[in-house]
Design a protein around this ligand. Sequence first.
Ligand code: MIG
Length: 800
Amino acid sequence: MLLIVAIMPVQVFATTGWYSLETVTAFTPLTNGVEVRAGDTVVRVVALNPAVIRVRYARHGIFRADESFAVVERTGFVAPLVQLHDKASAIEFDTSELRVSIVKNPMRIVFTTLGGEIISEDASSASVSWNGSEFCVRKTMPEDEHYFGLGDKAGPLDHRNQAFTMWNTDAFGWQESTDPLYKTIPFFLGVRNGKAYGIFLDNTYRSTFDFGKASRETYSFGAEDGELNYYFFYGPHPKKVLEEYTALTGRPPLLPLFALGYAQSRYSYFPENRVRELASEFRRRKIPCDIVYLDIDYQEGNRPFTVDRTRFPHFEDMIHDLRQQGFKVVAITDLHLKKEVGYKPYDEGLAHDYFVKNPDGSTYVGKVWPGDSVFPDFTRDDVRRWWGGLYRNFVDIGIRGFWNDMNEPAVFVEPSKTMPLDAVHHVDGRVTDHREIHNIFGMANARATYEGLLQLQTNLRPFVLTRAAYAGTQRYAATWTGDNSSTWNHLRLSLPTLLNLGVSGYAFVGDDIGGFVGSPTPELLTRWIEVGAFNPLYRNHTMKGTADQEPWIHSSEQEIIRRRYIEMRYQLLPYIYTSMEETTRTGIPIMRPMFLEFPDQLQLTTTDHEYMFGSDFLIAPKIVETIDSYSVILPKGFWYNYQTGEPIEGGRSINISPPLDQLPIYVRAGAIIPQQPLIQSTDEVPKGALELRVYPGPNCNGSLYVDDGNTLNYKAGAFLRTKFTCEISPASLRLYLGPMQSTYKPWWQHVEITIINVTTPRQVTVNGKRISSWKFDPASKTLSLTLAATSTPTEVLLTR
Ligand code: MIG
């Protein structure tokens, strides 16, 4: 038995015939690249822009139809004209940013800088091989290269020495060794010596990525079927790679502001009175909160788009009353529809033939929450439009967001946990099977929901939360990391998992604060609520049968700390929203691994116990229960402790032991942070001044983006954008508030400026006029003054 196990892989390899790419025999120039022939394989290598190269292989010379679920904006790329050079050993072309060499014998692709430095290259042998429809690409793996991305992969931030499978899976109770998880984002960054490139394998079939498990010299990726079609993105700055990848696969739309507020969820809050009490409790205790989630038990017999009237006799009134209290309701609507005559979505879908089929033409039926269920064939345009329309009643009564769960798709069948691989799907007329569609099924579900809401909600921004995703799903929905656990290990894991999602183009992400499976200890919940204030999404959620997990649970001592961090989140919303708006234009996530902000500081390349929140905050949470102190690497330059204002020299490690009420937050010296007075929900207009906190230092700047936070009017220009800078010299500090480019009238009439770490000035002038209405606090060394807001530039000068 043992012997058979040992020799099996070798036999499979030898008898099923892996075929590897041979010598280049011919080539044809293309305007932006080249088409190369090696044996009967044809390879097209073209530049989409000077830094993005697309590589497609046709094993027997015939390319598949050029379709993609991920790629959207290829129109935004201007392909450069390139000149081919036919050299003895290679065919080469240059763009203005890199050189592509196609080595002839055996054929392999090498990307170098224009100076000839290797960025990334195919392995020297068996660089590309096939076994029937399966393929594998191998590239060299320098010892000092590190790998990031690939979506929701648990484990360390750096994927080196790990191997992964891409197959969307309902991974209840996942741990760091669990793979695959819920999403398929076949995009990764390679980072070496501070320089980055990216590779996106646009293939929806089951795929694999191996960074050094099978071989120490090469990494590999491949899929079981579908086209070998990948995109290569050159940085060298990792932010540039992300900008290029998200230019190709899309960036998230601007979320409504409430989506950045605190959200309370549980599986499930019912009946009606419990939901009402929950909401009132937040207001009574003055703990800010924007969203209450309704999980599956609000539905009648788990039928999506129904309401259990025994539990929720006045459902519409409840939604309305919560709305009056400043709560938005996000309701779950799973994609499985109960197979039951008389249930409208089933009857309609059946009448129009909208459901996924078995190979024999009958409707596929699988067991999920409602019992026997059917599945809309979301890859069809007409089905997506119909699905979108199903939200009409819920939208009409004021439900403001929707949660698409179970869309891997999850089916209660072991061991596959999903549909059979031969289930039949239609893609705009083309017939295919579940092997191709599985990994994009959740994406198509989220898309149908998002597009439906765009239609149904007059001028409101949709909010959709999805569990499953493929590359590009960021265009339609935010996501979370599924069923984590209430353990310190999962608090720790939340960092690399969310960070890797961020560098996979998925910026609007969160995890279940407090943990889904199990019940957190008081300290764990408190620490998690602290960290969550500095996550993109901020939702507390837990499973059926677990202990209560609301912020006031355990003791008033804990509640006071938790409230303070939720309040901090709300006070920082101007900063967070500004950063989120930046994401919609650049793809750069707000929650950033250290290497994204500081690629040159090589000791930070694989750091995953601290991270950046926007470009100005460094967060270094306590994530291990059993240690008292730990070290934080502060990047070069100066930093400030956000909670005390104390300046700290960077470029070194510091040892800290934060007590329970302290989340270590450091602000970059040179940051100008916009903040607002406390509100209990984003429905409330802040009362008082816009606050600008100035942390003097080099490269001193900040920015602010504001709009109504709710409608699509920003697309027609109804927003405000402004910038701030400061300059320090030995004798003065000059703060400049730039013009407000805007037609949008903001909520503030005054701007309160707080300058940290200064000495008493001799005089303060505003636009050249001396003023005396400033205050200096010698204890904290802060100067504060309040100005009337204007849309014209303002210069504040402090002279010593
Ligand atoms: O099979 O809707 O990940 O967040 O509370 C469980 C009930 C189905 C899984 C989700 C979880 C949600 C739960 N769902």
